[in-house]
Design a protein around this ligand. Structure first.
Ligand code: AHG
Ligand code: MN
Ligand code: MN
Length: 330
């Protein structure tokens, strides 16, 4: 084991910088501690306190809410409070929580991503975004993703892993139980430019519009089709796990809008899902769009607004944009 610990990495980051960076670093430290606790709770699985049980009242925007979603939310809210951030906006809460209004940073978070996988022992995770605080909640969370100061996600999988960007590349850390610390396993991730794998929920095929079907059809045709190469398909239904795979070996992820009720902008939320993933992917040399335009340039109109999302290997994301803008040439 040769990598730096997360602590050493954060120390280096704050050495030559100011109070805002120190606040960012302290938030990341406390989130990393929360993730270790989260992982312990997940490890108990069915032996634990019925964590996968569905809560009676779904949260404000209608998605099903599980006990483990709420546990994760409370854990990371507590960490944010101790980190002295200004506002904490969560998928699990209708409105942001005001904490320390004098702080210059705010959090947007998906405390538990992939919660349909809890019972099935498949990887789940936590995604977060750190934004500059702009005085009030509305101004803070309507900044485009390009304003993010940092972004990251934890994957509670075979390894407890942590992908982090502070705006100077993306690093991946793995938790060492022996050292009781996150250790940098991949400094400066670089997503390969071309993709051999696509990730999409194929069961939505009939709900997609013609351009999305056209793109996927051409992938499925393999070497005999216009793309002239074989594609493999993966869909974990935990975006954190799909993103981790794409960081490691390239590929493209698509959650387009479709014609089901409520899905015209897909499923994923802009502020606490698409934006942090887009920043991590771009900082690793990949691209992230809403199908045609850069995710990080979108100005959010609401905290829980959805956005279609396509990200991964840069050349493949560009290819998708050609299909979706009607100029694939095939
Ligand atoms: P969450 O558990 O926070 O609601 O997010 C689940 C997301 C994402 O992780 C995954 O890629 C996608 O929803 C899966 O959606 P489908 O079930 O429609 O495939
Ligand atoms: Mn999610
Ligand atoms: Mn969630």
């Amino acid at each position: 084991m040769s990598g730096r610990t997360l602590e050493a990495y954060l120390h280096e980051f704050t050495e030559s910088s100011g109070a805002v960076d120190a606040n960012v670093a302290q938030t990341i430290r406390l989130f990393a501690e929360a993730a270790v606790r989260m992982r312990l709770a997940i490890n108990d699985g069915a032996l634990g306190d019925a964590f996968s049980a569905v809560r009676e009242a779904a949260h404000a925007h209608g998605d099903e809410q599980k006990e483990l979603d709420v546990f994760a939310d409370e854990l990371f809210l507590d960490a944010a409070r101790r980190a002295r951030v200004s506002f904490y906006a969560s998928e699990e809460l209708a409105h942001p929580v005001a904490l320390d209004r004098s702080s210059e940073i705010a959090i947007a978070i998906d405390p538990l991503d992939g919660s349909s996988n809890i019972d099935t022992n498949v990887s789940i995770g936590t995604i977060f975004s750190i934004l500059p605080s702009k005085g009030d909640e509305a101004a803070t969370f309507s900044q485009p993703g390009s304003a993010q100061l940092a972004a990251g996600f934890f994957v509670y999988g075979p390894q407890l892993a942590f992908a982090l960007t502070l705006g100077r590349g993306t690093s991946v850390f793995v938790y060492s139980a022996r050292l009781e610390a996150f250790v940098e396993a991949y400094p400066q991730m670089s997503i390969q430019e071309t993709a051999q794998e696509f990730a999409v929920n194929m069961s939505n095929y009939r709900h997609w519009d013609e351009a999305v079907r056209h793109y996927v059809n051409d992938c499925l045709k393999g070497v005999d089709g216009p793309r002239e190469k074989e594609f493999n398909m993966r869909w974990i239904a935990s975006m954190v796990a799909d993103t981790y795979r794409i960081l490691i070996r390239g590929g493209v992820f698509l959650y387009p809008g479709d014609c089901r009720e409520g899905y015209s902008a897909g499923r994923l939320r802009l502020v606490y899902e698409a934006n942090p993933i887009a920043m991590l992917v771009e900082q690793a040399g990949g691209k992230a769009t809403d199908g045609t335009s850069r995710v990080l340039d979108i100005t959010p109109k609401g905290l829980h607004q959805r956005s279609p999302l396509v990200f991964g290997s840069s050349r493949e994301v560009e290819k998708v944009a050609l299909y979706l803008s009607g100029s694939s040439g095939t």
